[in-house]
Design a protein around this ligand. Structure first.
Ligand SMILES: [Zn+2]
Ligand SMILES: [Zn+2]
Length: 236
């Protein structure tokens, strides 16, 4: 089953949930990229944001409508095709803006070329309705979601943090990190961004753009890319 719940669904969130009223639902695309789109929301107000609108639009729409949710914004951790391809259709459907970091606007402009390089044809141009930056805070019911600009995978790559949750896009994965050899990628910026993420609380749960969840502490202890950062630091 492609739709997996990683938190309390809205209708069940009144139980003893240590994370309070927040819930997260993950939708994995079946287009070959296996990209994770997440709905992050407040169970009480039924408001949510959609993070990374990949090729799972129909399932996201069905879920939002069946749970009677209000999507307040559509956010992209970065402007790679697998994370933004459904932004236009979902933005229209939910009547809500699609936002990215300004430094990824160039990638959006070149999306057709990006799609072609993966053997895909872009069906519709993707344009941002607005931009966020480091420190931007989105209010989702009683919750707030803060932008951390973490360039390296792309110039505008960003993470979104709320309470004990961090959406890491293609910056940090469970056991790996995002590539830096695509256009706009930077190894030195990635190193700085990873050091910043590694300085966050170890209990912070991470929700990456591909594959499964982890925590900052688990990644610091086992992720070879983070371990090598620390080794490099230890030896000056
Ligand atoms: Zn990417
Ligand atoms: Zn990706």
């Amino acid at each position: 089953m492609a739709l997996r719940s990683t938190g309390k669904p809205p209708s069940a969130a009144s139980g003893p949930n240590p994370k309070g009223r927040r819930w997260i639902n993950r939708f994995i695309s079946s287009d070959g990229f296996e990209e994770n789109a997440y709905l992050f929301g407040d169970a009480a107000s039924r408001e949510c944001v959609l993070i990374d609108p990949g090729a799972s639009a129909e399932r996201v729409i069905a879920y939002v409508e069946s749970e009677d949710l209000s999507v307040m914004a559509i956010l992209a951790t970065h402007a790679h095709i697998d994370h933004v391809v459904s932004a236009p259709i979902l933005s229209r459907r939910f009547g809500t803006p699609f936002l990215v970091h300004a430094q990824d606007e160039g990638l959006l402009d070149g999306l057709a070329q990006q799609a072609a390089s993966f053997g895909y044809k872009l069906m519709e141009k993707v344009k941002a309705d607005g931009f966020f930056q480091e420190g931007t805070v989105f209010h989702v019911g009683s919750l707030s979601l803060q932008v951390l600009h973490t360039p390296g995978h792309t110039p505008g790559s960003s993470c979104f943090m709320s309470g004990g949750d961090l959406f890491t896009g293609d910056t940090l994965f469970a056991g790996s990190i995002g590539r830096t050899d695509f256009p706009g990628g930077s190894t030195s910026e990635m190193t700085r961004s990873l050091k910043r993420l590694a300085s966050l609380p170890e209990a912070l749960a991470i929700y990456p753009g591909h594959e499964g969840e982890s925590t900052i502490g688990e990644e610091k202890a086992t992720n070879p890319f983070l371990l090598s950062l620390y080794n490099a630091q230890d030896h000056g």
